[in-house]
Design a protein around this ligand. Structure first.
Ligand code: NCD
Length: 350
């Protein structure tokens, strides 16, 4: 049984296999409908979502499977203090596959540890959002081809954006160049920078103002300030102004650049850009369905055809008494952590 909790759970070969399957699912739709008949997907959304939850539900419906779950945890037993471990054990009896979104970093990893069915991470706090990053990569490859020839500008709130974290890892893994544009105080966290350097020898240049560097980018990836995670004293308007994208600033970009955004947008991406042929963000959100169909099918029957080359797993230290120092790590609520031999937490990566 395979889970998809982190980008590190799939090899590059497996990711390309998933993309081939997603292409087939788009082009030969009727061949695939019915693939999940009789199967149930649980969508456990402890945090708000529109695209991720609905596109998982749409993907399952298009495979003729069913979904159950919640989008409002106050109506579930979590509100009574049930642990994620118990929720995972219990939901495993009701569903064949679980998608979970939660505000704590590492929450999906906890569920994967205790579930007896595959678990997919639909976003865990400010940590990671691996399905979003693969949809981003799929969209880039479809429009522009091999990432190795491209410069990807990752712009906005790089500190708290889980989508930016997972994308940054994916770009490094597939050999793309990356430029970071972040307001002061919103730069990529150390744990990502450490992984980029140690695993890939990559040290992205860091900028604070998008107009100064936009001309170098093939992909301009913007995200919103993650206000729900930003401390109240921070001046959000000032931060947003440094990377706001509009038609005037796009005049300085390459004519064949691509504008991306995981959405929802607040006011960092002007509506006037929707008519610009370089805008790719609605295509990006549409690709969520075929990609998630491919992922669901690959965890529910096609494992032996698609997920055939698992990546090597990092080794754990033999030290079960460890406590993670990150207050947003799920292990602060759910018990001891596990530490990789490089010293990072196996749940939140810090
Ligand atoms: C993202 C998320 O939830 O992290 N949304 C999404 O899944 N497309 C981005 C965001 O909320 O800013």
């Amino acid at each position: 049984m395979r889970h998809f909790v982190s980008i590190d759970d799939l090899s590059n070969f497996e990711i390309q296999q998933l993309f081939r399957l997603a292409d087939q699912m788009k082009s030969q739709f009727s061949t695939w409908s019915g693939f999940c008949a009789g199967k149930v997907l649980a969508t456990l959304f402890f945090e708000p979502s529109t695209r991720t939850r609905l596109s998982f539900e749409s993907a399952m419906a298009r495979l003729d499977g069913r979904t159950l779950g919640f989008a409002d945890p106050s109506a579930s037993s979590i509100a009574k203090g049930e642990t994620l471990a118990d929720t995972a054990r219990m939901v495993s009896n009701y569903a064949d596959l679980i998608v979970v979104r939660h505000s704590a970093a590492g929450a999906a990893r906890v569920m994967a540890r205790y579930a007896t069915v595959p678990v997919i991470n639909g976003g865990d706090g400010a940590h990671s959002h691996p399905t979003q990053a693969l949809i981003d990569l799929y969209t880039i490859q479809n429009r522009k081809g091999n990432l190795a020839d491209l410069t990807i500008g990752i712009c906005g709130d790089l500190l708290y954006s889980r989508s930016a974290h997972s994308l940054s890892k994916v770009v490094a893994r597939f050999g793309g160049r990356q430029i970071h544009v972040a307001p002061e105080g919103f730069q990529m966290p150390d744990w990502i920078l450490r992984q980029l350097k140690d695993r890939h020898g990559v040290q992205p240049s860091v900028h604070h103002h998008l107009p100064e560097i936009i001309g170098k980018m093939d992909v301009i990836y913007v995200n919103r300030l993650q206000e729900e995670r930003v401390p109240p004293a921070v001046d959000l308007e000032k931060a947003r102004a440094s990377y706001q994208l509009n038609a005037e600033i796009m005049a300085g970009a390459k004519v064949d650049a691509m504008i991306m955004h995981p959405l929802p947008r607040v006011n960092e991406l002007a509506y006037e850009l929707d008519a610009d042929p370089r805008a790719a963000y609605f295509q990006q959100s549409a690709n969520g369905v075929p990609f998630r169909m491919a992922l669901i099918a690959s965890l529910q029957g096609l494992e032996h055809l698609v997920l055939t080359d698992p990546p090597a797993q990092q080794s754990l230290k033999d030290d079960f008494a460890s406590v993670c120092q990150n207050p947003n790590c799920v292990t602060a609520m759910e018990g001891p952590t596990e530490i990789y031999t490089d010293g990072s937490c196996a749940y939140c990566s810090q």
